[in-house]
Design a protein around this ligand. Structure first.
Ligand SMILES: C[S@@+](CC[C@H](N)C(=O)[O-])C[C@H]1O[C@@H](n2cnc3c(N)ncnc32)[C@H](O)[C@@H]1O
Length: 283
C-alpha cells in the first residue's frame, strides 16, 4: 500500500500562497519540514507565534520579507567546499572533458545554485590550473545561476573578505585574486568567462549543451517530485557523456536511472545516454 501524502497545514499553505501571489515567490515545491523550521526562526526573531499573525506582519513589513528570504535560501558556501571532491574533479573529470573535445570546441560548465559565486570561481581556477588561463578565456563558457538575486549580485562583484577566502591555497590566492584594502577581488579577465543569471531550478528551462553541471547542496531543499523534475531537466541540459557533480550530502533521487554514478563518495555522475526523455516527468 502507498503511504498517504502528509497532511498540509492550511494556515501555512495560505502564507505560501500569499508569498506566491503578492511577491511572485513560489516556495510550494520546497520541503515543508525545512520551510517551517526556517519560518519559525524568523517568527521567533519578531516575537510571533502563529502563522496568521506572521502573515499580517509580512504584509506590512517589507524588510521582513528580505529577512525571511535570507533565512530560506541559505547561501552558506565557501571556496573548494569538500576539498577531496574537488581534488577528484581536478584529477579525473576535468582532464577527461578537455581530452574528449575537438580543438576549438567550447567547454560549457554550469554552477546551478551558485550562491555568492565561490563555487564557479573555484571551478574556473581549477580549469585555469589544468589547461592555462588563455585556453580558459578562449574555450570555457561558464554559467552561474541562483534564484536569489542578492546572492547573484554579490557573485558578480567577485569581491570576498579575508574570512571568505580562507579555503583558498595561498599560491592560488596570489595568482587569481588582487587584494584591495581589506578585500580580495577575483581576476578580472577570467571573470569575463562567466555569465551570471537569476534562475529558478524548480521552474525555469535549463541551460543546454553542458559538459559539467554542478548542483551542490541545493536539491535537498525540494520535495521529492520537484527533485526528480530538476534532475530530468539536468539530463536534458547535459551533453551526452556530460557530468553531474552533486554535494557530499546530496542524494540522487529519481525513479529512473537517468544518471550513472561514477564516484558515489564524491557524488559524481554521468548522463545515461539514449533515454526517451519525453517519457520522463518534467513539471
Ligand atoms: C547552501 S547554498 C549552496 C551553494 C553552493 N552550491 C555550495 O554547495 O556551496 C544553496 C543555494 O541554493 C539556492 N537555491 C535555493 N532554491 C533555489 C532554486 N529554486 N533555484 C536556484 N537556486 C536555489 C540558494 O539561494 C543558495 O544560494
Amino acid at each position: 500500500m502507498q503511504p498517504s501524502p502528509p497532511q498540509l497545514d492550511p494556515e501555512f499553505e495560505a502564507l505560501l500562497e500569499f508569498l506566491k501571489s503578492s511577491r511572485g515567490c513560489d516556495l510550494t515545491n520546497y520541503k515543508r519540514s525545512t520551510l517551517k523550521r526556517r519560518f519559525r526562526v524568523r517568527m521567533e526573531a519578531v516575537n510571533i507565534n502563529n502563522y496568521q499573525s506572521y502573515f499580517k506582519y509580512l504584509e506590512s513589513n517589507a524588510q521582513e520579507y528580505i529577512a525571511l528570504l535570507n533565512e530560506i535560501f541559505v547561501n552558506f558556501t565557501y571556496f573548494f567546499r569538500d576539498k577531496e571532491a574537488w581534488d577528484y574533479l581536478a584529477q579525473n573529470i576535468i582532464p577527461q572533458i578537455v581530452s574528449n573535445k575537438q580543438a576549438d570546441e567550447p567547454i560549457r560548465i554550469w554552477s546551478a545554485g551558485c550562491a555568492a559565486g565561490q563555487e564557479i570561481y573555484s571551478l574556473l581556477i581549477l580549469f585555469a590550473e589544468i589547461v592555462g588561463i588563455e585556453f580558459c578565456l578562449k574555450r570555457v563558457k561558464a554559467f552561474a545561476t541562483d534564484v536569489d538575486e542578492a546572492a547573484i549580485s554579490q557573485a558578480r562583484q567577485r569581491t570576498y573578505s579575508k574570512k571568505e577566502i580562507a579555503g583558498i591555497p595561498p599560491n592560488l590566492l596570489k595568482k587569481y585574486f588582487t587584494k584591495i584594502e581589506k578585500n580580495y577581488i577575483f581576476e578580472r579577465k577570467l571573470r569575463q568567462s562567466i555569465i551570471f543569471g537569476c534562475h529558478d531550478l524548480a521552474k525555469d528551462a535549463p541551460i543546454s549543451k553542458i559538459d559539467l553541471l554542478l548542483c551542490r547542496n541545493v536539491l535537498m531543499y525540494f520535495e521529492k517530485q520537484t527533485q526528480e523534475a530538476i534532475l530530468t531537466r539536468f539530463h536534458f541540459a547535459l551533453k551526452n557523456t556530460g557530468f553531474l557533480f552533486l554535494g557530499n550530502i546530496d542524494l540522487l533521487i529519481h525513479e529512473r536511472q537517468i544518471f550513472t554514478p561514477i564516484n558515489l563518495k564524491h557524488r559524481m555522475y554521468v548522463k545515461e545516454e539514449n533515454l526517451e526523455i519525453e517519457n520522463l516527468l518534467i513539471l
